[in-house]
Write a protein that binds this ligand. Sequence first.
Ligand SMILES: [Zn+2]
Length: 64
Amino acid sequence: MAYDENQGGFQRQMYSGNWKCSKCNADITQLPFEPDKDKLDQLLCRDCYREKRQSFGGRRPFRR
Ligand SMILES: [Zn+2]
């Protein structure tokens, strides 16, 4: 077992940088994707991103 506890065993590419969350103004130092320069003012930290995803389609009756 050479892998860490990565789910599925694949390594996720992380991008390091110095950004700000557009919602709570928290520092963002790592992102799982390369941010679009045109959308730097729309970046969300992990917490806000998760919140947004959870509220997104919140009226739908299915859940995971
Ligand atoms: Zn945030």
